[in-house]
Design a protein around this ligand. Structure first.
Ligand code: ACO
Ligand code: ZN
Length: 469
């Protein structure tokens, strides 16, 4: 291992190196992380050649080991397979409970220790149907990749919906079961959807037979998945959709929103969740789409209404969540579409005369997007206030919440986060500095597309009064 000696993460004095066979699931080791490096550069972070990583799995390729690693303190979307040459064996840290093995291994250097286990087998279908919520309807098994609804694949878990409400914090997972290992690893290599090819960020429970394909192909309108271009062509010849199913409830210029009922359009809703899961990690898989509505945003051209992003929303939310999951497809990210989705979700809440909040936990990107939306929306309201006579303009937190449908707690946390709240002469006041105003006007320049509430054709439904969803 020539690279090992140059690792700057060297915390040990000795230069004893473990045999490669000692590296197994749960070990921590510095990895020469070329892809992290380039991604860090792209994100403006100072590049670090060696990064501590946890080994999630290993596999034998051409008589050498490949390791699936998770970079410590980095988002799981950067996880990847690396070849053994990229590991610094001198720094290997065995999992804590293996510390005895650790000292033994250093002394005896076994050539083929017990820890050399093959990758774990595929687990049986995960049975978490119906946890925590009464199901009104049975869930539907996913179609096979070939598209025959009547032949469910034995090794495929049921297609989930995602929600944060049943989220199991990662710390409370066992981290040792084969099932856990599999769902921690990206399983789809590449996905083609319409004009775009996307590299998934996380595991998504597509049929196992698709996971060995270099690329999987989705119909961009019904989101059906197939394993080859040929199958897609066959499907396209039959598929009549050129927009998502459901009602178009908004159109302005090329942007439309379709409302899809997870009960009425189950197959579409489930396919959408499979797509979303490739880019959403922190939501627990949830196996019933019936209690959810899906608001799908599209961009129109002469070939149809193309999927850009969506958010889902519970028909009845006991916590007044107005968004369960939200996603902008990667090719469209960082162009303002996430804010359009968020803005739309609050416009619906306004029509319901309710305040709402996104379901927790938020992802790192979700938090950034919501913080930015909340700050801009609240500042916009405050800047439109007029003072009277000598009195400075004033508005209560409740009034801000009523006007924006942003929940009071989110208003308060946003004001605190922006450092705008000050205690002055016995009361709290909001103090807008020139710096804040400049930053606000700069950020609003980027927000070119806005939701025009006049173009929403939608009436709220009281789902609690309906016999069934
Ligand atoms: N790095 C830094 N900032 C970012 C990034 C990023 N990669 N992505 C978004 N932001 C910030 C930007 O600062 C932007 O604010 P600004 O205009 O003040 O600069 C703000 O987020 C919103 O940017 P948009 O372009 O409007 O959002 P985008 O279309 O990229 O969508 C979203 C944001 C939906 C979170 C997207 O990143 C995504 O789909 N991520 C994967 C799925 C996910 O994490 N969803 C949220 C989960 S939480 C929940 O579901 C309730
Ligand atoms: Zn189709």
């Amino acid at each position: 291992m020539s690279m090992a000696s140059s690792s700057p993460l060297d915390g040990s004095q000795g230069s004893v190196s473990y045999p490669m066979d000692c590296v197994f699931e749960g070990c921590k080791i510095p990895v020469y992380s070329t892809s992290t490096w380039s991604k860090q550069v792209a994100n403006g972070v100072h590049p670090v050649d060696w990064t501590w990583a946890e080994v999630v799995s290993k596999r034998r390729v051409n008589n050498k080991w490949d390791f699936y690693v998770h970079y410590v303190n980095f988002n799981k979307r950067l996880d990847e397979w690396v070849c053994e040459d990229r590991l610094d064996l001198e720094q290997l840290q065995l999992p804590r409970k293996e510390s005895k093995v650790s000292s033994l291994a250093r002394n005896s250097r076994p050539s083929s220790p017990d820890v050399q286990t093959p990758p774990p087998p595929m687990p049986p279908p995960k049975k978490i149907n119906g946890i925590g919520r009464k199901r009104k309807h049975e869930s539907v098994e996913p179609e096979s990749a070939e598209g025959s609804p009547s032949t469910p694949l034995p090794e495929t878990p049921p297609v989930p919906h995602m929600t944060g409400s049943l989220h199991v914090p990662s710390g409370s997972r066992t981290g040792h079961g084969p099932e856990d290992v599999i769902t921690r690893m990206k399983n789809i290599n590449m996905v083609e959807l319409g004009r775009f090819r996307m590299k998934p960020w996380y595991f998504s429970p597509y049929p196992q037979e698709l996971t060995s394909e270099p690329v999987i192909y989705l119909c961009e309108f019904c989101l059906k998945y197939v394993k080859s271009m040929k199958c897609l062509e066959r499907h396209k010849a039959k598929c009549t959709l050129y927009h998502p199913p459901g009602n178009e409830i908004y159109r302005k210029e090329s942007i439309s929103f379709f409302e899809i009922d997870g009960r009425k359009n189950k197959a579409y809703a489930q396919n959408l969740c499979l797509v979303a899961k490739m880019f959403l990690d922190h939501k627990t898989l949830y196996y019933d789409t019936d209690p959810f509505l899906f608001y799908v945003m599209t961009e129109y051209d002469e070939f149809g209404f193309h999927l850009v992003g969506y958010f889902s929303k519970e028909k009845e939310s006991s916590e007044d969540y107005n968004v369960a999951c939200i996603l902008t497809l990667p090719p469209f990210q960082r162009k303002g579409y996430g804010k359009i989705l968020i803005e739309f979700s609050y416009e619906l809440s306004k029509l319901e005369s309710k305040s709402g909040s996104p379901e927790k936990p938020l992802s790192d990107l979700g938090l950034l997007s919501y913080r930015s939306y909340w700050s801009q929306t609240i500042l916009e309201i405050l800047l439109n206030l007029d003072g009277q006579d000598d009195n400075p303009p004033s508005m209560t937190i409740n009034e801000i919440s009523e006007k924006t449908s942003i929940r009071k707690e989110d208003v308060v946390s946003t004001l605190q986060n922006m450092n705008l709240v000050q205690y002055y002469k016995g009361q709290y006041i909001i103090c807008l500095t020139k710096e804040v105003l400049d930053r606000h006007s700069r950020s609003m320049v980027k927000r070119k597309i806005r939701i025009d509430s006049q173009c929403i054709k939608w009436n709220p439904k009281d789902w609690s009064k309906r016999g069934k969803w």
